[in-house]
Design a binder for this molecule. Structure first.
Ligand SMILES: O=P(O)(O)OC[C@H]1O[C@H](O[C@H]2O[C@H](CO)[C@@H](O)[C@H](O)[C@H]2O)[C@H](O)[C@@H](O)[C@@H]1O
Ligand SMILES: O=c1ccn([C@@H]2O[C@H](COP(=O)(O)OP(=O)(O)O)[C@@H](O)[C@H]2O)c(=O)[nH]1
Length: 481
């Protein structure tokens, strides 16, 4: 059996059980610990001068091969092009895009360098699965180094509409680089469709919809590759167990004691401007304005651990959120009640799962999000006999599957306040019906299914990339939603 090699910028913390650094690390680790294999990526260290070397650690069936970045590479590749250019562009925040040609050069240089570090670790029949926007040029770099293995890529964040992507100056070079992979995976059908639109309308390529759920064939830049939507999942039953066990722990007991029978609204997000936190706080304020009966009868807990805290846009969102929570608490707080408990630190998944289970509403309202695993974890953690209600942004990838949630537009403050009121008052029978619908979907498309579908298509496609593109006048078929 061929070995699975995962390549991503962020690698899960090597000691299991600790708080996770984001959804990619959580999802990929869950997927890899069953199959075993090697996980290659950044160690999270920024080195001042020493030339980085690969650290190899075995943990059960998984070999972690991690490497540090020198300061200049971290600045240009991670803080610069990945997170100041691609992240805002792919999350539809054209107003926040910063672009520096030197950062793009650094991004390509680091991709080439990482690829060179990986090559000596590879075997001939390894299957290589590359993850996320930091590593778009990775296939080109591996091919240039002579690697012939199957190469797949999964994008964890949204793929933007072509008009938005055009604001990234090297957009064409990026899409050409993506087309060096054999298989491209997206979180949702709208992301796949946006990619195909770029291929057809901006790159002069062609796409052919695959029959019966098979991947779409993409002909572009002289290559043929395949592309498909593979929504990442969770292990719902494992999370339910964690949640049940966690309710006996100290954090959950403290939460219960300090709530004094009040209803609980729970949110958990990295403190990222894509998560819609300011709008969410204002919608909670609107609820208190419009339904005075909820004052002192409902508490909103927002856990928002720091992320990318050395970047201006992230310092800015932190200040805005601190100011909003201070303002709203100043307006409504009483001697025995603080309406918003805003907590700027990370918690372990077991603690989060237990808090989800204790809450009446899971409040997940990103402005844009590739998937949003928190939404899936929230539903998984519920007590089937007395489940909470999920209020979910239509712009989270998860909204494509979790149709039993109350779906909201995250910039519609009144609409979100209405959904909170509806969720808090929802009768048990309706809560159960919505929960049953969503948990069935989560079980059907768990993280193993995500991994297995992607790897099946990556292996099945052997030979596709070598096929020639069809003649130019063959009609391009658009991918249907
Ligand atoms: O590595 P960081 O810069 O600290 O950021 C954390 C991760 O954020 C993003 O996560 C995404 O992946 C999730 C799982 O597929 C998905 O649910 C979520 O919508 C995405 O935002 C990012 O894509 C990862 O590369 C980062 O590691
Ligand atoms: O304090 C925290 C906050 C978040 N998470 C985990 O980090 C992941 C966040 O993934 P999501 O897809 O929701 O968003 P991302 O941060 O990747 O954009 C989820 O598994 C959370 O349970 C965690 O373990 N501790």
């Amino acid at each position: 059996m061929s070995r699975l090699i995962i390549v991503s910028n962020r690698v899960a913390p090597i000691s299991e059980g600790g708080p996770a650094a984001g959804g990619l690390a959580v999802g990929v680790y869950d997927a890899l610990k069953e199959t075993g294999g090697m996980w290659f990526g950044w160690s999270g260290e920024v080195l001042s001068s020493t030339p980085p070397h690969i650290d190899v650690v075995e943990r059960g069936p998984v070999t972690f091969a991690t490497i540090g970045l020198v300061r200049r590479d971290y600045d240009q590749y991670y803080r610069g092009f990945s997170n100041a250019t691609l992240w805002p562009a792919f999350h539809y925040r054209a107003d926040l895009i910063q672009y520096d040609r030197h950062d793009f050069e650094g991004y390509c240089r680091v991709n080439a360098w990482l690829a060179q570090q990986l090559v000596p670790l590879l075997r001939e029949d390894d299957v290589i699965w590359v993850h996320d926007y930091h590593l778009i040029p990775f296939a080109q770099a591996l091919r240039a180094a002579g690697v012939k293995n199957r190469l797949g890529f999964f994008l964890h964040i949204p793929f933007p509409a072509p008009q938005v992507l055009l604001s990234v100056p090297p957009h064409r070079a990026l899409v050409e680089a993506l087309c060096s992979f054999d298989l491209l995976g997206f979180q949702t059908v709208p992301d796949l469709r946006a990619f195909c639109e770029y291929v057809v309308h901006e790159a002069g390529g062609q796409v052919e919809a695959g029959a019966d759920k098979a991947p779409t064939l993409v002909h572009a830049f002289g290559r043929t590759l395949r592309a498909q939507a593979y929504p990442i999942g969770v292990y719902p039953d494992e999370i339910a167990q964690l949640a049940k066990a966690g309710t006996r722990g100290k954090p959950a007991r403290t939460m219960k004691a300090t709530l004094h029978e009040r209803k609980l609204i729970m949110s958990v997000d990295r403190l990222d401007y894509s998560k819609g936190l300011v709008e969410r706080f204002r919608a909670f304020e609107r609820l208190l304005d419009q339904v005075p009966a909820y004052r002192n009868h409902v508490s909103f807990v927002q856990i928002a651990p720091p992320t990318r805290a050395d970047m201006h846009a992230y310092q800015d969102i932190r200040l805005r959120l601190e100011s909003e929570s201070g303002r709203i608490n100043g307006r409504f707080a009483e001697l025995d009640w603080t309406p918003i408990r805003y907590i700027h630190r990370q918690y372990e998944r077991q603690v989060l799962a237990a808090l989800f289970r204790q809450s009446h509403v899971g409040y997940v309202t990103p402005l844009r999000d590739g998937m949003n695993l928190v939404a899936k974890e929230y539903v998984s953690a519920q007590d089937p006999d007395d489940p909470g209600v999920l209020v979910l942004s239509r712009f989270a990838g998860a909204a494509q599957e979790l149709t039993g949630a109350l779906i909201v537009n995250p910039i519609d403050i009144d609409g979100m306040a209405d959904a909170l009121a509806q969720g808090l008052a929802m009768p048990l029978a309706e809560r159960r019906a919505r929960y049953r619908d969503m948990i069935a979907q989560l079980r059907e498309n768990n993280v193993s299914v995500w991994r297995d579908n992607f790897l099946r298509d990556l292996k099945d496609g052997e030979g596709t990339a070598k096929r020639r593109a069809p003649r130019a006048k063959a009609a391009a078929k658009r991918v249907e939603a």
